[in-house]
Design a protein around this ligand. Structure first.
Ligand SMILES: [Zn+2]
Length: 411
């Protein structure tokens, strides 16, 4: 073996060792599945990693990841679009507990070198960051896929930040940091704050660049062409200064760390005050982006199309039965009007009638068995976005053993 080959091998091995992030395998693999809703090519994959958690604190990290998921499940529109997300966890081991606070001269030996911002160099202290972002990316790479690498730091001082990587502390109400920072990462939403450091030193600034790319900021005050003009009522003054009715969508001055010359959609929003819901514009943006990772039936589980077959019918000793009509799993919602046929093979009594009702309880189809032993068929034109029910009325009481099984056909 030549000298060249030996030195190459040493470099290769040494490089690997230097870059290796210390992790704790979970159940024989390098990551844990927190929520899996589908393939990584279709879903938006969030990987939670931790910094400043020692081996003895991994259970705490695991619990905080569950609380972060709870936060998403509790905040609209994440709540109704959880089908968009796969959530993975990689357990990173730190030597010391906690992360750096440069302002207070506190420095910890944590695996991912996370710290709060340093106000003495113009950083907002609330913005948590890593001085070794490559290690964060390397840790997240242990998961099956990562669209967002979310670092939870083992520290209860309020803070978070989102850029290439996303960060949050684990303060008692860190749920709102999770939902806010993912607003940046998933929705590409801007902060709607009117200052950056916000210690009084940067109040009253004026926007000096062009139209911002973010969905929730604009400098365009023309109501016909401004970004969210379709959501602004004709009667709402522009600029908007009076919050009546509460939550009015307009052009509110201030946003993007600037007080003047730039506008946000509503007085309050998750992106300016993380305890508040998303404003209508941010909500719409987030919902559209998240929904794009879900199937029609994941988003509309109660749709006519999306019940699981076979549908179970419970027959009681009653003269009148009604139940919702299930859809067909194999029918894509490409055409909203379909002709449906329901067949009851075992309804054999003369005079048995069937009715289909729409959502308002109006009969839209009816049928009857004319001859003993014949199947009962009823057909109607249905919209898969609406719900229907079918009812059977018999001329004579049926025994409990009589158990009609409807068969549904879409044409
Ligand atoms: Zn907003």
């Amino acid at each position: 073996m030549s000298k060249f080959a030996i030195s190459f091998m040493l470099l290769f091995a040494g490089g690997n060792l230097l870059a290796q992030v210390d992790i704790q395998p979970q159940g024989g693999q390098n990551y844990a599945t927190v929520r899996c809703n589908g393939s990584t090519t279709q879903k938006y994959d969030i990987v939670f990693i931790g910094d400043g958690f020692r081996a003895s604190e991994q259970a705490l990290f695991n619990q905080k990841v569950e609380e972060a998921v709870d936060a998403l499940e509790a905040r609209s529109p994440y709540a109704e679009t959880m089908c968009a997300l796969n959530i993975w966890r990689v357990n990173v081991l730190s030597t010391e507990s906690g992360v750096d606070h440069p302002k207070d001269g506190i420095f910890k030996n944590s695996e991912l070198d996370c710290r709060y911002g340093n106000p003495s160099v113009g950083e907002a202290e609330r913005c948590i960051r890593s001085d070794s972002p490559a290690k964060c990316i390397e840790a997240a790479a242990y998961a099956p896929a990562s669209d967002a690498t979310f670092v939870l730091v083992n520290d209860t001082q309020w803070g978070g930040c989102a850029g290439t990587l996303v960060f949050s502390c684990i303060a008692s109400n860190f749920a709102q940091i999770i939902t806010h920072e993912l607003g940046h990462k998933i929705g590409f939403l801007a902060d709607e704050y009117t200052c950056y450091v916000c210690d009084g030193s940067d109040d009253g600034s004026t926007w000096s660049s062009g139209e911002p790319p973010d969905a929730n900021l604009t400098i365009n005050t023309n109501r016909a062409t401004t970004k969210w003009g379709d959501l602004i009522a004709a009667s709402t003054p522009i600029p908007t200064t009076v919050n009546t009715p509460a939550g009015v969508v307009g052009l509110w001055e201030g946003g993007g760390y600037t007080a003047l010359g730039v506008y946000r959609p509503q007085l309050t929003c998750q992106m300016i005050s993380s305890s508040q819901p998303f404003c209508a514009v941010c909500f719409r943006e987030m919902k559209a982006l998240l929904s794009s990772h879900c199937s029609y039936c994941e988003l509309n589980p109660l749709s006519f199309y999306c019940f699981d077959l076979p549908y179970e019918v419970h027959w009681w000793d009653r003269l009148r039965l009604r139940w919702p009509i299930p859809p067909c799993l194999s029918c894509p919602p490409d055409d909203l009007r379909k002709r449906w046929e329901i067949i009851f093979e075992q309804v054999v009594f003369e005079g048995t009638e069937a009715f289909v009702y729409d959502e308002k309880g109006v009969v839209i189809a009816e049928s009857a068995v004319r001859q003993r032993g014949q199947p009962l068929r009823i057909s109607f034109e249905g919209n898969p976005l609406k719900s229907y029910s079918v009812e059977i009325v018999t001329g004579a009481p049926q025994a409990k053993t009589f158990n009609p099984t409807p068969k549904y056909i879409v044409k």
